[in-house]
Design a protein around this ligand. Structure first.
Ligand SMILES: C[S@@+](CC[C@H](N)C(=O)[O-])C[C@H]1O[C@@H](n2cnc3c(N)ncnc32)[C@H](O)[C@@H]1O
Length: 186
């Protein structure tokens, strides 16, 4: 599996509303899982295609912690958060390749969105272990990978790494152009 990190300028394309016309409507994808007041973790948000709708869905009593390896992605995300007046609900952090730096969240996260990013992470086992530690009991994780970059066998390997960390697949939701699974923390 490749671990090449998506170039920062692709962040502009990924955040484009045109993506909805390709079938990836963030509200449709996320609203079954999000309630007001939730704490949501979003590793690898890019410039925030999903982060802005997530922040709207959690409402003023919720928060979204978005952690990305690339400073330029986080800068773009912050600009979009300011424009949409949602910066107070979004904790946008630059992280390192070694750790997501979310140990302060231990046991507090209700939902994690890992969209099109685990295949870029150097070690899926370490990724899911960090997510599991940050999650509450029974918290859910929506994992989605682009079909163009990840094959079914690679996705199955990610699901195995998730299960080892205590995040078990319960559903395979249909998301256009993606391999997806809903995981639950045991
Ligand atoms: C293909 S983009 C997907 C962006 C966003 N999730 C979306 O679907 O629009 C992958 C993102 O993951 C980030 N990323 C890659 N490796 C990472 C790591 N080890 N920790 C945090 N973010 C990472 C990249 O910088 C990039 O913003």
């Amino acid at each position: 599996m490749a671990h090449r990190v998506c170039p920062w300028w692709i962040g502009y394309l990924l955040a484009s509303p045109l993506r909805r016309w390709l079938g990836q409507d963030p509200v449709k994808i996320l609203s079954p899982y999000i309630r007001e007041g939730m704490t949501v973790l979003e590793p690898g948000p890019g410039m925030g295609f999903f982060t802005i709708p997530l922040a709207r869905l959690v409402g003023s009593s919720g928060r979204v912690i978005a952690v990305d390896l690339q400073t330029k992605m986080i800068e773009g995300l912050k600009r979009r958060s300011v424009k949409t007046n949602l910066l107070d609900r979004i904790d946008a952090r630059v992280t390192s390749a070694e750790t997501m730096g979310v140990s302060d969240l231990e046991g507090t996260v209700d939902f994690t969105l890992a969209f099109a990013m685990v295949h870029e992470f150097p070690d899926a086992g370490r990724f899911f272990a960090e997510v599991a530690r940050a999650s509450k009991q029974n918290a859910r994780v929506l994992l989605a990978e682009p079909r163009g970059h990840v094959r079914e066998e690679g996705f199955v390997a990610e699901l195995k790494a998730a299960a080892t960390a205590g995040l078990v697949a319960t559903e395979r939701p249909g998301i256009p152009r993606s391999l997806a699974a809903l995981l639950v923390k045991n």
